[in-house]
Design a protein around this ligand. Structure first.
Ligand SMILES: Nc1ncnc2c1ncn2[C@@H]1O[C@H](COP(=O)(O)OP(=O)(O)OP(=O)(O)O)[C@@H](O)[C@H]1O
Ligand SMILES: [Mg+2]
Length: 607
């Protein structure tokens, strides 16, 4: 239940609608009771017309205990003043009255639902926005552990479940208890004896029904988890369709998918059947109570003559009237459990602590003046250290190249400078300030990144280059020219307005890379981090991009990661890495002279 109350907070901005909903629910509950009471004069007109139409004296109110009789007499009196002795006229009047009460009952019902809709969908919207915001701010490391589909399930179906189950309960808290309250009051006024009966049997049936609800949360948890798995599978399949086809692995994936849907089938069958049991079980128990009432009430009417026939019929109507809300309340306990499971999953994401949060006194750095310093840093993603006691100084305006075998920790260094991860030991500083004491936003404003795999979005080329920055078309073209992308973009049918498809799949690898270079160029930051920026280019465009990059790097500080050593010969410093450590460093010339690992790598590549 604690999750429930935390979700309720989301309703706060929409409380206006909540109050309107409550107001109309009160009116609805009132009219739904009234709609049974107005049946009494109707039944009286039909079954006992003499008594119904001869009341010529305006009755006086005799206190609450006699208010049902007063109501009936008053109705009879009113009918008599309008219709006189005309029985068919009397019938017409009562029927119109019945129609009116039912009409208003339903109008109020609709209005209550009308207003709560804004609250429900508002909460849905706000939770989703919060979740998305959380996802965007959480560190990269969070997502290497989680399945994407699981996150998608939480933001999609779990939030929907909350909207559906929790908020309909919110509604129920007012409407159903009030309906029950009003109805029971009316029932008490008609017959105290009979109503005591109801009080004995209703709690018993309530208890029986609650037994069914046990363990529902666990069952619904399982269903939601499976849903996440299944979405993950779809997501991965769509992303890797090419490989799946090329390796003829369709059947493996289909089998995997079927396994998941089969589990989903089994789990949700159990869950749904359990949930579905609620309604028939409570209806049956309800009708048992009614049957007992019929037996006892029938005796009161026929044998003891303690109750008028029409009163008894109206009473039965009322008793049936509490069945629906009672059923709804018993169902609500399942819904709470189901909703609680969903809320827990949603809140789990919202509550995730961000280990990379800005410190409260974090400074904002506005420019880069002197050096980037790696001071004996060590880092591990999981168990093993990927970088060990690594130290390096990158002076402003210089280009430092990182080379070395695959897995030696080059991309990891880029991840650390950008604070996608925090170093485990040691420190990285910019102009002497530890980057942990700097706001991530201001730090990243200084950095331009071209990642190893070009990351593009389903949008136009222009938007992929501008990437949220409000810039002119000319600036975009300028950036594209520097990245040597302008010519190929122009040759596309829609030029800069061409949509490049999901993750840029309509472009070649080299084209994607040049667009991501253009994006970094346009950002125009003082520090550039290029992770294999030219790896997907042919020799000719590599030369062009290389020229462009060199031009761009002239008054910038750059960290360049490269496998092709020919691209980093002009770097001010070349750092050769192996297993997270520096094994050699120097300029191209000095390293060649040294005749070590670098020389060997260069020779191998020249062959
Ligand atoms: N998210 C991660 N979680 C756990 N381990 C990781 C993660 N990313 C990388 N690693 C590990 O860290 C090590 C260094 O990886 P890194 O990506 O820095 O290598 P690299 O030098 O860039 O290699 P390449 O030249 O192939 O790009 C590898 O052994 C890799 O298995
Ligand atoms: Mg790498």
């Amino acid at each position: 239940m604690n999750f429930f109350f935390r979700i309720i907070r989301y309703a706060k901005p929409y409380r206006k609608y909540g109050f309107l909903n409550i107001l109309f629910n009160i009116l609805y509950a009132l009219f739904s009771t009234l709609s049974f009471l107005v049946l009494m004069p109707l039944l009286q007109v039909i079954f006992n017309p003499e008594k119904a139409t001869i009341i010529t004296q305006k009755p006086t109110y005799q206190g609450l205990a006699n208010s049902v009789d007063f109501f009936k007499e008053y109705m009879g009196y009113t009918i008599h003043t309008v219709a006189g002795e005309d029985k068919s006229m009397a019938l017409t009047i009562v029927i119109i009255l019945v129609i009116f009460t039912f009409f208003f009952k339903n109008i109020f019902n609709y209005l209550a639902m009308f207003f709560i809709t804004f609250l429900r969908n508002g909460v849905l919207k706000d939770i989703r926005n919060d979740l998305y915001q959380k996802i965007v701010t959480l560190p990269i490391s969070y997502f290497s552990e989680k399945r994407k589909g699981d996150i998608m399930a939480r933001i999609g179906t779990d939030v929907l479940e909350i909207q559906y189950s929790f908020l309909s309960i919110l509604e129920m808290i007012v409407r159903e208890p009030l309906t029950i309250l009003f109805t029971i009051t009316a029932m008490l006024l008609i017959s105290v004896k009979l109503t005591l009966f109801v009080f004995i049997f209703v709690p018993i049936s309530g208890f029986l029904i609650s037994l069914i609800g046990k363990s529902l949360k666990r069952k619904s948890d399982r269903v939601q988890k499976e849903q996440g798995l299944f979405l993950s599978l779809i997501e991965e399949t769509l992303g890797g369709l090419k490989i799946i086809k090329a390796f003829n692995s369709e059947n493996t994936f289909i089998a995997k998918f079927k396994e998941s849907t089969n589990r989903f089938f089994t789990y949700s069958n159990t869950l749904l059947n359990r949930t579905n049991l609620a309604s028939p079980a409570s209806e049956f128990l309800g009708i048992t109570v009614i049957a007992i009432l019929l037996w006892y009430g029938g005796r009161l009417v026929l044998i003891e003559h303690a109750l008028a026939g029409e009163d008894f019929i109206a009473y039965m109507g009322l008793a049936y009237n509490i069945l629906t809300p009672a059923k709804a309340i018993s169902k609500a306990s399942y819904r709470v459990k189901k909703g609680n499971a969903a809320a827990e999953r949603v809140l789990e994401v919202l509550d995730t602590d961000n280990p990379l949060k800005d410190l409260p006194d974090a400074k904002s750095i506005s420019d880069f003046k002197e050096t980037i310093t790696f001071d004996s840093i060590s880092f591990k993603y999981e168990e093993d250290y990927v970088l060990k006691d690594f130290s390096l100084i990158v002076p402003k305006g210089k280009t430092v190249a990182l080379v070395g075998q695959s897995g030696s920790g080059k991309s990891t260094l880029a991840n650390l400078v950008t604070r996608f991860y925090d170093v485990t030991k040691g420190s990285i500083s910019i102009d002497g300030t530890n980057i942990k004491n700097v706001t991530k936003k201001s730090l990243r404003a200084l950095l331009g990144i071209v990642t190893q795999d070009a990351i593009l979005f389903h949008d136009t080329i222009a938007n992929n280059i501008a990437f949220g920055k409000s810039v002119s078309k000319d600036e975009i073209i300028q950036a594209a020219k520097i990245a040597n992308a302008h010519d190929f973009i122009e040759s596309l049918p829609n030029g800069y307005e061409t949509n490049i498809g999901d993750s840029g799949n309509k472009l070649s690898g080299g084209q994607k890379q040049r667009i991501s270079i253009a994006r970094a160029v346009l950002k125009n930051p003082p520090i550039m981090i290029l992770d294999e920026a030219t790896s997907a280019l042919d020799t000719e465009s590599e030369k062009l991009v290389q020229d462009a990059l060199e031009k761009m790097m002239q008054n910038r500080t750059s960290i360049v990661i490269a496998h092709r050593l020919s691209t980093v010969q002009n770097a001010d410093l070349i750092v050769v890495m192996k297993e997270g450590k520096i094994i050699e460093q120097g300029t191209h010339q000095s390293l060649i002279k040294k005749d070590g690992t670098y020389k060997m790598l260069v020779t191998m590549q020249e062959l």
